[in-house]
Design a protein. Structure first.
Length: 327
């Protein structure tokens, strides 16, 4: 299939583009390079630099690349914390950008759409691990923006017959040898820990150790980015057969911040000093997904289910690229 990947120069989008190509698909990447990196785009992919906020850019994209069979939509503002500071970046820009994309997609006759959604839809889960029946309570303007896009897809299916899958996930992590996680500013736990091991930062601050979890630090579900990529591809390839659906994605086992830190100490051999700071506003104690549905329906199996393998892959990339794509 010919697949358009928005945000295909970003962390998850570029990893998915590479896996799509390895699976024999043709890839067109569209990215504004705001957080993405041109070097992260696989050489075999076509690349269009443009912004989803510009309907002219989007029109040019579809004019230059006719015959798109499906879209994977990763391009987005993605930080929960930032969305609490600048809600309209999310409640306006994420929505308008998705609307511009969807409008042009149906006009171009695109029939398949995969949304990179979020586990931030579940701020107050009644049951852990969280499955697809959980009540949706967005935890931030970021989560709300993804929920609104999910609802837009519901109506686009009813009205235009667009088939879609919403992939809701937790903590994307790990790297491939050729491409990795490089955000500016970096806010995510694993790259920040590895910056300490690389001597770029003195210590890591743990945001709270008084949560109701076994060791008091937050528990999260870390999924390797290559496993996320495979899940998106399986969802795209099964849309015609199974119809629209929503999947929660995770490893099924959570790891606490302290366990992640200990894994990094084992993998890097560095003591990685830490201090305990106050809780970060908006952080729930535990977030772990049930991936039962996607395992059962699509046969998805994470290839990197344990935190040590994930950490090793991240360490290899960060050690080889201490300044990310800048070097
Ligand atoms: N943490 C620290 N210290 C740090 C950074 C993070 O203790 O310096 C902790 C956080 O409190 C949290 C855990 O490490 O408990 C993971 O934090 P991240 O910032 O790496 O990731 P989040 O869980 O906050 O966010 C991720 C994605 C979001 C998505 C969310 C869904 O980045 O896009 O999961 O739960 F919405």
């Amino acid at each position: 299939m010919k697949i358009l990947v928005t945000g295909g120069a970003g962390y998850i989008g570029s990893a998915t583009s590479a896996e799509l190509i390895a699976a024999g698909h043709q890839v067109v990447v569209f990215d504004n390079l705001y957080q993405g990196h041109r070097q992260a785009v696989p050489a075999e992919a076509a690349f269009v630099q443009g912004d989803l906020s510009s309907r002219a850019d989007v029109a040019r994209l579809f004019a230059e690349h006719p015959g798109i069979d499906g879209i994977m939509h990763f391009a987005s503002y993605t930080l929960v914390g930032e969305s609490m500071q600048q809600p309209l970046l999310y409640l306006r820009d994420n929505l308008v950008n998705a609307a511009n994309l969807l409008e042009a997609a149906v006009a171009a006759g695109v029939r398949r759409f995969i949304l990179s959604s979020t586990a931030n839809l579940f701020d107050d889960p009644a049951k852990m691990p969280i499955d697809e029946h959980e009540r949706i309570v967005p935890g931030s303007p970021y989560g709300e923006s993804k929920f609104f896009i999910e609802r837009t897809l519901h109506w686009f299916e009813r009205i235009y017959g667009l088939r879609y899958a919403c992939m809701r996930y937790f903590n994307a992590s790990g790297d491939a040898p050729e491409r990795g996680e490089d955000h500016d500013p970096e806010t995510h736990l694993i790259p920040l820990i590895l910056q300490v091991a690389l001597g770029q930062r003195e210590q890591i601050t743990i945001f709270g150790d008084d949560y109701p979890t076994p060791d008091g630090t937050c528990v999260r579900d870390y999924v390797h980015v290559a496993d996320l990529a495979q899940a998106h591809i399986l969802a795209m390839e099964s849309l015609d057969r199974l119809g629209s659906r929503k999947y929660n994605l995770g490893n099924g086992s959570g790891f606490s911040v302290m366990e992640v830190l200990d894994a990094a100490r084992r993998v890097t051999g560095h003591p990685i000093p830490h201090v305990v700071g106050p809780r970060r506003p908006g952080d729930p104690a535990t977030l772990v997904a049930s991936s039962e549905s996607i395992r059962r329906e699509l046969g998805w199996r994470p290839r990197y289910p344990d935190i040590e393998t994930i950490m090793r892959s991240a360490w290899e990339w960060h050690r080889a690229h201490p300044h990310g794509y800048g070097e």
